[in-house]
Design a protein around this ligand. Structure first.
Ligand code: KIV
Length: 282
C-alpha cells in the first residue's frame, strides 16, 4: 500500500477476505518513510522506542511527551499510512479521564489514526471511554511489556489451559468494549488461532504464530539494528548494525589515512576568485 491510507473498514475487509495485514514499528521520520515505501499496511509507534531509541532496559520510563514527539516524526515520514500510537505506562492506568485525555493528545498533537493499550478486562473501562470519545482503540494481550514485573519477566503467555482461557475471555471483553482490532503477543499459535476465530475484529500476532489476521514486527529487529537481545519470534532480514559499524570504521580509517575528503567531496571557488583573494591578503 503506497498510495491511499487504509481505514479500519478496509483492515476489517482484509480479515474477512483472509488477506494478511503486515505492519512494523517505526520511531522516526526515516524509518517511517521506508516502511511506507515498503508498502506496510500500518505502522506502530511502539513504546518499544524506550529500548530501540533511548536505550532503556524496558518500556516503563517512556513518557507521553516522548511518544508524541516520535509519532509526529513518523506521521511526517508516512503521511499515507495508518499510524497507531502506543500509550505508555501510566498514561491510561491511573484514571479513565486521564486515558481519554492522553489518547486525545496522540490524535490532536501527532495526527495518529488509532491508539493501542495493553491489558485485558482490567482496562476495558478505558477502552470503552476512549471509543466513546470517537477514537479507534487496538487492544494488546499476552506478553504485555508494561506489566512484565507482574508476569515474571518477558515471557510467553497463555501456555496452560487456564491461562489461555483467561486470554480468550480478555479478548472477548476487549471486542465487546468497542476495540477495532487486537494484538496478541508471545502466545502459542493454537491460542491465537482460537482468538482469531472467536473474534470478528482483526487479530494480529507478534510472536503468536502464523494463524492471525496479520503480523507485526519491531523494525529494529527486522533490520538487525537492535543488539541487546533477540526474542525467539524474531526473524532478522538484514544486519544493519554490523553494516553501520563497518561504514563508520571505514570513514574513520579514510580520515586517519588522509583519503577523505577527496577533491570530489569539496567545493570549487568561482573562477579567478582565489587569485583575487591572494592579492587582497598581501
Ligand atoms: O511497543 C511496541 O513496539 C509493542 C510491541 C512489542 C507489540 O507494543
Amino acid at each position: 500500500m503506497n498510495g491511499k491510507k487504509l481505514n479500519r473498514w478496509e483492515l476489517q475487509k482484509m480479515k474477512d477476505s483472509n488477506e494478511k495485514a503486515v505492519w512494523i514499528t517505526a520511531y522516526d521520520y526515516w524509518n517511517a518513510s521506508f516502511a511506507q515505501k515498503a508498502g506496510m499496511d500500518m505502522i506502530l509507534v511502539g513504546d518499544s522506542l524506550g529500548m530501540c531509541v533511548y536505550g532503556y532496559e524496558g518500556t516503563i520510563p517512556v513518557t507521553m511527551d516522548q511518544c508524541i514527539y516520535h509519532c509526529e516524526a513518523v506521521r511526517r515520514g508516512a503521511k499515507n499510512t495508518f499510524i497507531i500510537g502506543d500509550m505508555p505506562f501510566l498514561s491510561y492506568q491511573v484514571s479513565i479521564e486521564g486515558a481519554v485525555l492522553n489518547a486525545g493528545r496522540f490524535h490532536k498533537e501527532a495526527g495518529v489514526d488509532a491508539i493501542k493499550l495493553e491489558g485485558g478486562k482490567r482496562v476495558c473501562p478505558q477502552i470503552r471511554a476512549i471509543c466513546d470519545g470517537g477514537m479507534l482503540v487496538m487492544g494488546h494481550i499476552g506478553l504485555t511489556p508494561q506489566s512484565s514485573g507482574q508476569l515474571g519477566g518477558f515471557k510467553a503467555q497463555g501456555r496452560t489451559a487456564d491461562a489461555a482461557y483467561e486470554l480468550i475471555e480478555d479478548a472477548k471483553a476487549i471486542q465487546e468494549e468497542g476495540a477495532f482490532a487486537l494484538l496478541v503477543e508471545a502466545v502459542p499459535p493454537e491460542v491465537c488461532n482460537i482468538i482469531r476465530k472467536t473474534l470478528t475484529i482483526p487479530v494480529y500476532s507478534i510472536g503468536a504464530g502464523i494463524d492471525a489476521d496479520g503480523q507485526l514486527m519491531i523494525s529494529s529487529d527486522v533490520a538487525g539494528v537492535f543488539q541487546a537481545f533477540t526474542p525467539k519470534f524474531v526473524k532478522k532480514y538484514a544486519n544493519l548494525a554490523d553494516q553501520t559499524i563497518e561504514a563508520f570504521s571505514a570513514y574513520k580509517q579514510d580520515v586517519k589515512k588522509g583519503k577523505f575528503p577527496a577533491l570530489e567531496h569539496t567545493y570549487k571557488m568561482v573562477d579567478g576568485e582565489l587569485e583575487k583573494l591572494i592579492t587582497k591578503l598581501k
